[in-house]
Write a protein of this length. Sequence first.
Lengths: 115, 115
Amino acid sequence: DTGVSQNPRHKITKRGQNVTFRCDPISEHNRLYWYRQTLGQGPEFLTYFQNEAQLEKSRLLSDRFSAERPKGSFSTLEIQRTEQGDSAMYLCASSLVSGRIGELFFGEGSRLTVL
Amino acid sequence: AQTVTQSQPEMSVQEAETVTLSCTYDTSESDYYLFWYKQPPSRQMILVIRQEAYKQQNATENRFSVNFQKAAKSFSLKISDSQLGDAAMYFCAYRSTGTASKLTFGTGTRLQVTL
């Protein structure tokens, strides 16, 4: 068990470019979450999947954001036409449906800087 | 919508001493879960302790314990015998029983541990 893995760890991009982040959850975990964390703030919920189904999306997830979890394994979070306000740490977490309620296993995050 | 408030941006404690981190929340629900998560510098966030609102007994995990005051909507974390490894950001989080998995986090408290 290598934990939740996120790539890339850091991404610097110019405004208007598209970026994609990948998350590999703990192998047997069927739930996967994306959170966004800006400086001085706690993580904010973006979306979550149970297996391959995207079950909830935050209003924070504008139409420039899209997340997928094909085959219920890894997940990708794509941000199109990035804006400076998208600069943040993007956290992925996973959990078991049968696990302790609220116990999420987080990755180290992918830091996005939009110039 | 539920909100979580952590009014102490930073706290400091001497090694081996005890420190209490504060958290208040706002909800109209009667049943829910509360958590404290720890985020060490440049490392992933981990669950420290959880409390189920329908349980009157305060949760305890080794050196970590909570003071859950449901009527006051207060949920503080006490760290006893503080260690250097306790230095981190601590986030209080709330989870409804109705929603599948979304956690609502506070803004965090940075804990420094001094010799």
